[in-house]
Structures are given as structure tokens and as C-alpha cells.
Design a protein around this ligand. Structure first.
Ligand code: NAD
Length: 485
């Protein structure tokens, strides 16, 4: 056995301290060698006036140990408190969220007795960039950012995870029939990366039907990789339909650090009663032991846990009179698992981490950045305007001195309303006005014309919100068409 591995532990809020004590007790009794640094995060830190919920000294510990075992925390009600989870994930670059969702039928009731799905969720990008603006009286915007290196890292991680864990298939969920550029990139990168893993089956589903299938027949899926928001929603669905959100753990993996946790919250109403189920946090701990290269302890602890579940020793949340034998407390459950260390489940499939080589996953790096040949071809000027019909706005814009640029299209919330809009289209006060330059105009000249156009827009008393430069990348349009164009 290796020497003790330094880790940072936060006992959290609500049921956090009880389930952390229970989980650490089992892991250490199973042989985990942990050199624990404890940090204070969450409610008490928020209420001391720190809006991030984490002190600078805690960051020092995390940077030192690079491994964070975190109990759930309570975010105080009311505005101004930032999500600690999002802060930790993004600050430490934890780009991959890995959540195994397994059913334990017939010992824990579930409609899906043969479910064993791993959700791999991109953790840093998408709508979680947190870039939002109120643009007009009526319209608000949240930017969805998907990058090529971000997509490549997460997709590669999903395939590496499948390979190391003997999984057969990786499925990708996106909505690229609608979001052709952002989700389209994620899907394209998935297809490219899949070619490097010929032994693993790959497939893509549009997220809506994919989610429906996953909720209905999860046994069709193995590893599923997806962008942040879809993964956030679907990983909870997957955990819940497997049996309970109280049973799933998750890993947040980065190039430098990793964080392991339960997927549920701090359940404040159950706090201090010694009744909560420690299984989610415990299984997060099993993922941690594999990550830090202690697969023997991970295997011993996980198999004893499976045997305990199988023996019908259950906390209140999963106790059902026909499937359970004994209702136990948080600490009683930990005692029962510790009593079974060295035993394996008889009906459920035992885990095998020592011979499968799960000794810390490789963390993929994105390929060197590729620079495209870019050409600016026009500009979308977004206006806040509520003074008439689309034709009136077009008349005002056409009267401007727009230099070499000409008005090509106006959309309202993405739908083309000029030229030849439909009278039925509902219009709000948010207009995208697309101006195109003549073909072959030099890059510097077109930028110059864009600046002049904005000056003219401003001088005409039109209220511009923002612009988006329209570019081609290696000859391919880097902007979407208007709906109806
Ligand atoms: P929750 O997950 O804490 O509780 C939802 C329900 O599940 C409750 O009925 C609760 O009693 C039950 N439950 C959850 N975990 C359980 C366990 N281990 N054993 C038995 N029952 C369990 O969600 P919530 O009530 O929406 O949130 C409570 C607090 O937790 C909030 O402050 C929220 O911000 C925070 N939260 C933190 C995290 C985190 O730290 N990762 C995640 C989600 C929510």
C-alpha cells in the first residue's frame, strides 16, 4: 500500500458532518491511507460576509493537496451569495463531472433494474459561463459558449473513461439540429475524437429524444457525454431513476485538481438526527480512492457497501418493508459496512478495481489550437427599438450613411422580419440588423466601415445594444442565418 495521500476535506453543512464522518470511517477502515487537511467552507463562511463561501486559506490547502473531498453545503437564502460549487469547479479547472448512476434491484426499488449509466458532463462552459445581460426593456440574454478545446477535453475524457473501465459505448447528446454552431461543434468534435477509439461504439442522439429514451430504457446506454446544462439536468434524472439521488456520488476532474462529492444537498431538515444516508458521499469517496491510486481500498469498501445494501441494512430514505431488513442510522449504516469489509455481494455484481487498472484516469489535453483563415464579411448590429414596424426600422437604417455596408436583413428574436417578413410574427423591442460588405473588401477597410456605421446609427438616435462581427473561417460562415432566411 502506498503512503498516505494528502487530501483536503470539508465537512459541510446540514447533514454534511454526519455523512462525512461515516464515509471517512468506512474508507479508512477499508485501508485508505489519507493525510487529511480540514477546511471550513459554506454557510458559516458566507455568513461571515464572504460572498464566495470559501476563505483564501482553503484555496491554499486545495492547491497543495489537489484532491478535495467535499460534503454538501447550504447556500444561505437571499441574493449575493455565489454558488460555491460553480466557483470551485471553474477556479480549479474541473472540466469533467463524472456521475455513475447504477440501480441495485431488487434491494433498492427502481423501475429500471438493469441500469448502469455513467454521465460525463462538461463542467465549465455552455450557459454556465455566467455572462448575462438585460439588453432592452423586454429582452434578457445569457451567452452560451462552447469551445473546441473544452469540447475535445470532455469528449476525450468520456472515451478514456470508457476504455479504462471496460465500457462498450459512448453516446453524445446535443441539440445541434437547432444550435448548429455551438452544439454542432460539440457533435463534430465527438465524431472526430470517436475515430481514435475504434473499439468503442459511438452514437449521437438529439437531446430531447435521447433524454426520453434514457428515462424510459436506460439499459440502452453505457457512457453518455454532453454539454453542461443538459448534463446538469440529465445527471439528476439518471440518479433519481436508478433509485435515489441520495445514492449517487460524483467526481469533478481537472488537469491539476479533482473534487469528489455526493450529488445531493445538505438536507437541513435532517441535520443532527443521525438518519441521513451517507452512500452518495461514500461512493464519491470510492471514486476518489481510485483517482488517487488506492484501488484496493476502493474495491474493499465498495464491495462491503454492496453487501450491506444486499443484506437489507438500509437508512430511512431507501427503507421499504418488502426490500429491506433493518432500518439503521447514519453511523449504524457505517458500522454495518465496516463489519462486512472483506466480503463481496452475492447477487449484485462485485466491483473489481484492482485488476481492471482503474488507477487514476488520464487527464486528456486538447490538441494544439488550430488557427483558421478568417475574413470579416459584415456585422450584426443589435438595436433596442419600439417605434414601429420592421419596414419603418429598415427605412431608417437604409437612410444612414453605412459606407460600403448594406442592410441585408432584420430579425426579431432570430426570425427574419425584413425583407419580406410575415405579418403574423410577434415582435419585441430587440432587433438584429445585419449589414454585409461587398465581396473582396479588405479586412481593415471593413472594420473601418463598421465603426463608421455605428457612428451613423448613434447619430441617428438609434439605441444600439451590441454588435457581432460576421466572419468566415476557412471559407465557412461563422454565423447563423435568420430563421426564415
Ligand atoms: P437536498 O438534496 O439537500 O434535499 C432534497 C431531498 O432529499 C430532501 O427531502 C432531503 O431530506 C433528501 N435527502 C438528500 N440527501 C439525503 C441523504 N443523504 N439521506 C437522506 N435523505 C436525503 O436538496 P435541497 O433541499 O434542495 O437543498 C438543501 C441545501 O443544499 C440548499 O442550501 C442547497 O443550496 C444545498 N445544495 C448543496 C449542494 C452541494 O453542496 N453540492 C447540492 C445541492 C444542494
Amino acid at each position: 500500500m502506498s503512503s498516505a495521500t494528502p487530501i483536503t476535506v470539508a465537512h459541510g453543512d446540514g447533514i454534511g458532518p454526519e455523512i462525512m464522518d461515516a464515509s471517512l470511517r468506512i474508507l479508512q477502515a477499508a485501508g485508505a491511507k489519507l493525510d487529511i487537511e480540514t477546511i471550513d467552507i459554506g454557510e458559516s463562511v458566507y455568513l461571515r460576509g464572504n460572498s464566495a463561501g470559501i476563505e483564501p486559506s482553503a484555496w491554499d490547502s486545495l492547491r497543495r493537496t489537489k484532491v478535495f473531498y467535499k460534503a454538501p453545503i447550504t447556500t444561505p437564502q437571499g441574493g449575493g451569495f455565489k454558488s460555491l460549487n460553480v466557483t470551485v469547479r471553474k477556479s480549479l479547472g474541473l472540466f469533467a463531472n463524472v456521475r455513475p448512476c447504477v440501480s441495485y434491484a431488487p434491494f433498492i426499488l427502481t423501475k429500471h433494474p438493469v441500469m448502469d449509466v455513467v454521465i460525463v458532463r462538461e463542467n465549465e462552459e455552455d450557459l454556465y459561463a455566467g455572462i448575462e445581460h438585460r439588453q432592452t426593456d423586454e429582452v434578457y440574454q445569457c451567452l452560451k459558449l462552447i469551445s473546441r478545446p473544452g469540447s475535445e477535453k470532455i469528449v476525450r475524457y468520456a472515451f478514456d473513461y470508457a476504455r479504462v473501465n471496460g465500457r462498450k459505448k459512448v453516446t453524445c447528446f446535443t441539440k445541434d439540429n437547432i444550435m448548429k454552431l455551438t452544439d454542432g461543434l460539440f457533435h463534430k468534435v465527438f465524431d472526430e475524437v470517436a475515430k481514435d477509439y475504434p473499439e468503442i461504439e459511438n452514437e449521437h442522439w438529439i437531446i430531447d429524444i435521447g433524454a426520453a429514451k434514457m428515462a424510459d430504457t436506460p439499459e440502452m446506454f453505457d457512457v453518455i457525454v454532453m454539454p453542461n446544462l443538459y448534463g446538469d439536468v440529465l445527471s439528476d434524472v439518471a440518479a433519481q431513476i436508478a433509485g435515489s439521488v441520495g445514492l449517487a456520488g460524483s467526481a469533478n476532474i481537472g488537469e491539476h485538481c479533482a473534487m469528489f462529492e455526493a450529488i445531493h444537498g445538505s438536507a437541513p431538515r435532517r441535520a443532527g438526527q443521525n438518519v441521513a444516508n451517507p452512500s452518495g458521499l461514500f461512493l464519491g469517496g470510492v471514486l476518489m480512492l481510485n483517482h488517487i491510486g488506492q484501488p484496493e481500498a476502493a474495491e474493499t469498501a465498495h464491495n462491503a457497501w454492496l453487501r450491506t445494501i444486499e443484506d437489507g441494512i438500509h437508512t430511512y430514505d431507501i427503507y421499504k418493508s418488502d426490500a429491506s431488513k433493518e432500518k439503521v442510522s447514519t453511523s449504524g449504516f457505517a458500522d454495518a459496512v465496516i463489519e462486512r469489509l472483506g466480503q463481496k455481494p452475492r447477487v449484485l455484481k462485485a466491483v473489481d478495481y484492482t485488476s481492471s487498472g482503474v488507477r487514476g484516469m488520464p487527464v486528456p489535453k486538447a490538441s494544439p489550437t488550430y488557427r483558421a483563415n478568417k475574413e470579416t464579411v459584415g456585422v450584426d448590429v443589435f438595436l433596442c427599438w419600439a417605434d414601429g414596424a420592421p419596414d419603418d426600422l429598415a427605412a431608417r437604417l437604409n437612410a444612414l450613411d453605412a459606407g460600403a455596408l448594406t442592410l441585408a436583413m432584420i430579425t426579431n428574436r432570430g426570425v427574419k422580419v425584413w425583407p419580406e417578413g410575415m405579418p403574423e410574427t410577434f415582435c419585441t423591442d430587440h432587433w438584429r440588423c445585419r449589414f454585409m460588405g461587398p465581396e473582396g473588401l479588405a479586412e481593415a477597410a471593413i472594420q473601418d466601415h463598421i465603426v463608421k456605421l455605428l457612428g451613423a446609427v448613434n447619430a441617428a438616435g438609434l439605441d444600439f445594444i451590441k454588435i457581432e462581427t460576421l466572419r468566415t473561417f476557412d471559407g465557412e460562415a461563422g454565423y447563423s442565418l435568420g430563421q426564415g432566411q
